[in-house]
Design a protein around this ligand. Sequence first.
Ligand SMILES: Cc1cc2nc3c(=O)[nH]c(=O)nc-3n(C[C@H](O)[C@H](O)[C@H](O)COP(=O)(O)OP(=O)(O)OC[C@H]3O[C@@H](n4cnc5c(N)ncnc54)[C@H](O)[C@@H]3O)c2cc1C
Length: 387
Amino acid sequence: MKTFFNKGIILNKEEQMILKTVRELCRKQIAPKAAEIDEQEIFPWENMEKINEIGLNSLFIPQEYGGDLISKTAWLLILKEISKACASTGIIFATTSHGCHPIVQFGTEEQKKKFLPRFIDGALGGISITEADAGSDANAMTTVAEKTDDGYVLNGTKIFVSTGDVADILTVFAKVKHNNEILGLSPFIITKDMAGFASGKKEKKMGLRASSTAEITFNNCHVPDDHMLGNPGDGFKILLHALNYSRPNIAAQAAGIAEAAFDEAVAYANQRVQFGKPIIKHQGVQFMIAQMATRIQAAWRMILHVADLMDKGEDFSAEASMAKFFASETAESVASDAVQIHGGYGYCREYPVERIYRDSKITQIYEGTSQIQKIVIGRYFTGKKKW
Ligand SMILES: Cc1cc2nc3c(=O)[nH]c(=O)nc-3n(C[C@H](O)[C@H](O)[C@H](O)COP(=O)(O)OP(=O)(O)OC[C@H]3O[C@@H](n4cnc5c(N)ncnc54)[C@H](O)[C@@H]3O)c2cc1C
């Protein structure tokens, strides 16, 4: 089914089939439950099982490891569709791919063969960078991985970990210490059964309330050598790579949220009558609709441009930040306008736009705030990187 915002997108036959199945799942299973799981803060296990059943967890894993890696255009379209139906489900699905990506890109053959098939079998993943005093400034983290004869011992506390309490496999960044010297950051593959690893406080959030965001702790957690990704101290490069990968995903989530808000606003404006006619006939409302549609179109086309660059193997770092920045600002502003078009009803939980508005806000914060995206973009144009 073509929608206005998806006009002109070219997918191959297999991708079209997958997208059709995703839309069915969204329509029948994911969207109808979105309000209830948000209200009751229920983790959507059933959605995740169904997502796995239709093979979506293999779409971010290369064929040689049993996956079915698809084009970025198709991938981002799928993420947008799921996030449009339920932003909480969207972030859980995306987060698994974020945790998995450093293994795909930087893992050894052994690491890939050992861990990637587990994601295909439905293992939930996540990525953990943030700490209480290290948010935008990731390098300020204090979780330490101290070298021992047969591996590393991790100590520290991470916060705000999406799926932190439920993930089977987490990619966790820590500072490597060897002979009392800090060598820099490194990511480690952490499995939930490791002694000394535990999840703690679960955040009570404004939005994405069906997703879980938790603290995780490391208390003398022994991690074997072969769970480190890359060489000791390579971690900052891997971290930047991981963020470059995840930012288009969050942009697609934001575009899905914006589209959901838009559809609700148009439907409501068509049926709400004031001054003797549906409010959509008032030019002031039409102007709002026009602005919302134009913003969504611009944001989505920026995301598709990033997808194209990724598929062609070109550098996309500035474009990823631009798309994430613009799409998340769009989601928040379009969702706000959708509430406005609903008037007082939009402020009530009975109407989906109330939840959609709460969900939109986080897209401006995680995976680097809007201010941090501007710093990345600014540095690109003023630093040593050239076109
Ligand atoms: C629901 C949720 C899920 C999350 N999931 C994950 C996850 O899975 N893994 C993970 O590692 N993290 C996760 N995070 C953490 C998220 O990435 C951070 O919250 C985010 O990077 C911002 O860090 P902070 O909250 O410490 O804010 P701070 O860095 O303290 O920023 C506070 C404010 O200061 C501004 N600011 C900071 N530095 C600058 C600067 N140099 N110039 C201009 N402005 C600046 C920021 O833009 C922001 O407005 C999640 C957070 C939430 C709320």
